[in-house]
Ligand binder design. Structure first.
Ligand SMILES: [Zn+2]
Length: 151
């Protein structure tokens, strides 16, 4: 591995830097949550769309609605553990994802999420800091106890 890029200080971060930073812990949170939900372990989980079992490190956090727009990028109900094939090769496998969302959350919630796709929202550094702290805590807690948090 080569030398890492010089780290910018947080004061210089763009919204993309903040998003990348939070995404790392958020993705861990989502995969851990769904491992516990689907297998009762922290090491294995089922892909939300093909239902096959994968190890934690072979799962990705995949969006129900493609495009990663700001209002839904970090919406927990929009993101679930997915395998590489479903998330990348099959572009999110949206027909199966759509059916899952209907069953899991109900049609009304699905419609609301689709509407949110078009909403732009401003996220502040404070919001990112607070969210990061929460997800860092939640990941620790779930790893330690093997139980879901906040439900
Ligand atoms: Zn899959």
């Amino acid at each position: 591995m080569g030398r890492k890029k010089r780290r910018k200080s947080k004061a210089e971060w763009t919204i993309t830097d903040w998003e990348e930073w939070l995404w790392k812990i958020f993705s861990r949170y989502i995969r851990l949550r769904d491992c516990i939900k689907t297998t009762g372990t922290t090491d294995w989980g089922r892909c939300v769309t093909c239902n096959r079992k994968y190890s934690f490190k072979n799962l990705q956090a995949g969006h129900f609605i493609p495009g990663r727009t700001r209002a839904i990028l970090f919406d927990e109900t929009c993101v679930h553990a997915q395998c590489y094939r479903c998330n990348c090769k099959l572009d999110g496998a949206w027909p199966a994802y759509y059916r899952f969302m209907q069953q899991e959350y109900g049609q009304e919630k699905v419609e609301k999420l689709v509407d949110l796709y078009l909403v732009d929202c401003e996220l502040s550094p404070d919001w990112f800091e607070q969210s990061y702290q929460y997800y860092e805590w939640a990941v620790d807690e779930m790893s330690r106890t093997g139980q879901l948090v906040g439900e």
